[in-house]
Design a binder for this molecule. Structure first.
Ligand code: NG6
Ligand code: CA
Length: 517
């Protein structure tokens, strides 16, 4: 009897296991979409800087290849018109204006993302991904008073990246060294690094006092410590051997990004490859010099395009291209003179870095945040042009949906169907930020609330979008935002204000008594 039950029991158990096994096998199969995911992110590349987006004077064959072989978004946005907030929005899926410290950070700023906060790499790690970042960081490091001669933490590795190889802030800010998983690369312990953003170190030359030591001249800002002949923002002493070579930076990051791919090709990986081009100081490798005919800014874009081509070639050679989703974009719009005399304005010719859009980097007008935005997945995404309204803040929610994660945030929408080309519907509205001011796009309409402050930043020669009146534009009919319809179309204005305030709250303007209210 016992034996019969035993046999029966064993049989039942076996069938149950088989049944569960089948079920698990099936559901696992259903949800195993685990492509590699790569975000290629440029710094200050404008909407009009790419051939596929209309540039004629500047050749960007490799970006164009992605645009033509994938989805070219005409209405894709960064969350902000400057770097730090945009990167914050991209990685956390949270609008940067919700975080009061999400402003352009000095090289000594503490880590902006909270270590307990959700990020894309954390979400993907949960799903079995290996995660890496190579290139510009600019989201702060450490907890304040960083000692660059010890482990620099918390940083990228504490907010979800298994591997990081970064420059701390920007190419024009000290410290001018690479940091690998928290360690300054090539640091000689006998030559410690000191960094200060307020005070120079005694006896150290500066761009301001020693112009004879500079090979690149500063126009505004950028007159502190001199590294490789380039005057920077902030003071730095020591770390001679660890200092980067500016003209080799693009090659250097490319080599690290390629190695990362080769090293992790046998597991799903997520790589954020953040190039420093065409941010200032523009230091394309001499082999790109003169290639654009537009001076260093154009040459740096040609160089970045080449880097992208080489990187994609590596994916192809490793047999990964058909199993890799590539997202290409820029952190904010274009600027010509961002603090150095480098012929960007003088040699521009007919080229329009922002295309037909008004404004540029730092601006609440469209060229500040509307940027090239492409998704590419060979064999999976059918080439098309999409006018879906999409934003980098949506990548968290969308990639979560792609890999079957339930993670989400308040601001990040699941637009995976738009990113995969299954739908041309994006979000309904989007709040955009530029140096703590905010505006909103909804449908074809664009609202800029009143803000105090200069209308034109004369240093960079960019219209910032400030006005004491509300501005309302129909960007379908008036892509260059020339005709303010706020007084003509009060009904639309009120509707836009209502939506804007429902997201943003009422405390958004630096003008106390808002007009028309
Ligand atoms: C500004 C710098 C500019 C650039 C920018 C950050 C001055 C006068 N200007 O403060 O050159 O570094 O910060 O750019 O210092 S971003 O793309 O990283 O946001
Ligand atoms: Ca930038």
């Amino acid at each position: 009897m016992t034996r019969r039950i035993g046999i029966f029991g064993a049989f039942a158990l076996l069938s149950l296991t088989f049944f569960i096994g089948c079920k698990r096998g099936k559901s696992e199969q259903e949800k195993t979409v685990q492509p590699n995911i790569v975000i290629v992110y440029l710094d200050d590349l404008g909407y009009g800087d790419v051939g596929a987006y209309g540039a004629t004077g500047l050749k960007t064959p490799n970006i164009d290849k992605l645009a033509k072989g994938g989805i070219m978004f005409t209405d894709g946005y960064a969350t902000s018109a400057t770097c730090t907030p945009s990167r914050y929005g991209l990685l956390t899926g949270v609008y940067p204006w919700r975080e009061k410290d999400a402003k352009i950070l000095p090289g000594t700023a503490p880590l902006l993302i909270k270590t307990e906060q959700l990020t894309i790499p954390k979400m993907l790690k949960e799903k079995g991904y290996h995660t890496g970042i190579v290139g510009k960081w600019h989201l702060g490091l450490g907890s304040g008073n960083t000692n660059w001669n010890e482990k620099v933490a918390p940083g990228p590795n504490e907010v979800g990246f298994d591997f990081s190889y970064i420059l701390a802030a920007t190419q024009d800010r000290v410290p001018t060294v690479y940091i690998k998983n928290g360690d300054v690369v090539g640091l000689d312990p006998n030559d410690p690094i000191e960094v200060n953003y307020n005070k120079n170190f005694e006896g150290e030359p500066t761009g301001k006092d020693n112009p004879e030591l500079t090979t690149m001249k500063w126009h505004h800002g950028h007159n502190n410590s001199i590294v490789n002949g380039i005057p920077r923002i902030g003071y730095m002493k020591g770390g001679e051997k660890a200092k980067w070579s500016d003209i080799d930076m693009a090659d250097h990051f490319l080599a690290i990004a390629k190695d990362y791919v080769k090293m992790h090709k046998n597991e799903p990986f997520f790589l954020v490859y953040t190039m420093q081009q065409p941010h200032v100081p523009r230091t394309p490798n001499p082999r790109f010099e003169g290639m654009s005919g537009m001076g260093p800014r154009g040459d740096a874009i040609v160089e970045a395009d080449w880097c992208l081509g080489e990187f994609v070639k590596t994916l192809e050679e490793e047999g990964l291209l058909e199993n890799t989703l590539i997202v290409f974009s820029s952190d904010n719009g274009p600027v010509l003179n961002d603090g150095y005399y480098d012929d960007a304005e003088e040699k521009l010719g007919d080229h329009k870095p922002g295309g037909e859009l008004r404004g540029g980097k730092y601006s609440l007008f469209e060229a500040g945040t509307r940027v090239p935005f492409i998704t590419y997945w060979k064999g999976k995404i059918q080439p098309t042009v999409s006018n879906a309204l999409v934003c980098q803040v949506d990548l968290l929610g969308s990639l979560a949906a792609l890999v079957g994660s339930a993670e989400k945030t308040q601001d990040s929408q699941d637009l995976i169907d738009a990113f995969m080309g299954k739908s041309k519907t994006g979000r309904e509205e989007l709040v955009l930020e530029a140096t703590t001011r905010t505006a909103m796009r909804k449908g074809d309409w664009y609202l800029i609330p009143p803000y105090k402050g200069q209308a034109l930043n004369k240093d960079v020669n960019i219209e910032l979008g400030n006005s004491t009146d509300f501005q309302l534009y129909n960007i379908k009919e008036d892509v260059g935002q020339q005709k303010n319809l706020a007084k003509e179309n009060t009904e639309k204005l009120q509707e836009m204000i209502a939506t804007f305030e429902s997201i943003r709250g009422k405390d958004y303007s630096n003008i106390q008594k808002l007009k028309l209210k």
